[in-house]
Design a protein around this ligand. Sequence first.
Ligand SMILES: NC(=O)c1ccc[n+]([C@@H]2O[C@H](COP(=O)([O-])OP(=O)(O)OC[C@H]3O[C@@H](n4cnc5c(N)ncnc54)[C@H](O)[C@@H]3O)[C@@H](O)[C@H]2O)c1
Length: 341
Amino acid sequence: MADKKIVGVIGAGRIGKIHTEDLVKFVPGVKVKAIADINLDDKIQAWATNLGIEVQTADASEIINDPEIEVVVICSSTDTHAQFIIDAANAKKDIFCEKPIDYDLSRINDALNAVKDNGVKLFIGFNRRFDHNFMRIRKAIEAGDIGTPHIIKITSRDPGPPPVSYIKVSGGLFFDMMIHDLDQCRYQMGGEEVEEVTAKGAVLVDPAIGEAGDIDTAVVILKFVSGALGIIDNSRKAVYGYDQRVEAFGSGGCAMSGNDYPNTIQFLNDKSVSRDLVLNFFLERYAGAYIEEMKLFFKALQDGTEMLATGEDGLKAVILAMACKKSLEENRSVKISEIVG
Ligand SMILES: NC(=O)c1ccc[n+]([C@@H]2O[C@H](COP(=O)([O-])OP(=O)(O)OC[C@H]3O[C@@H](n4cnc5c(N)ncnc54)[C@H](O)[C@@H]3O)[C@@H](O)[C@H]2O)c1
């Protein structure tokens, strides 16, 4: 077997821990050599030691400057992504970076240029592309099973809002939450571009979210170049858990996915049939997708094939989020050409 790919992970928070554990446990041909977290503490060190990670540091440049490390996995806070992409690319390392790349188009372009100039690979963590249900719908569309796609409909509702302190620095619902759904719409349409968006938003869950300048409920309509339509609905609070569904409707039929449940048990009595609630949030619902995306990232590196979620995809999702924000603020439909010129 070929030598293992030597990996360094930056950021050991919620998602950094998930990716690191998945890499150690489930991805063959990979060795996580180092983890860097600016808030490195005894807990992170004990966790990393337990996983057999030899270098534990508060300084990410130790990863960037380590000649043995070939791949950098960026899981730190969003405001650090663009610079770490640039640093890792200049050090000739391949990169996995969590979404979003940044909230600023010029910083995203600087990062993508560094990737291009250095001839390295960049994969963006749009994990929902690798969800077992959503991949199956994409396969059906690709195979022509629903004919020509006319409508992609995404329901994406969280079980509860994050703290207002998080909302204030999140970039807002379109960038923080809907970004996944905006990418999912493009992914299901085989990368077809969106021409125009129309967004409506409301504060119906918690007035404090409105006071922080954000919305907690939104509906967006996307118009693709072919004339096909996308519809996304988001809510920060679904009392029954994490509601994640996709439906693709076309000239020859429809493919729709339901939610995932912790079990298949139904409870029946003389009044109703019921079951346990849907899986609670992203760590449970997308556990399989996180493993699959890492496997496919390293497989693409090994095979020298195209990345399945590229920097360009990351850029386009941010542009769509910007168009949604403008549409909401100006109460009108917004053409994508207004954002990118
Ligand atoms: N794809 C997904 O489903 C998904 C889910 C959650 C978060 N995310 C994304 O992942 C990123 C991290 O989110 P999270 O929820 O894990 O946040 P988090 O706050 O739990 O973790 C971020 C970690 O990065 C560390 N960090 C910050 N600056 C650093 C630096 N300069 N060097 C090294 N470490 C640094 C922090 O100390 C923290 O431990 C965000 O960009 C978020 O949008 C993606």
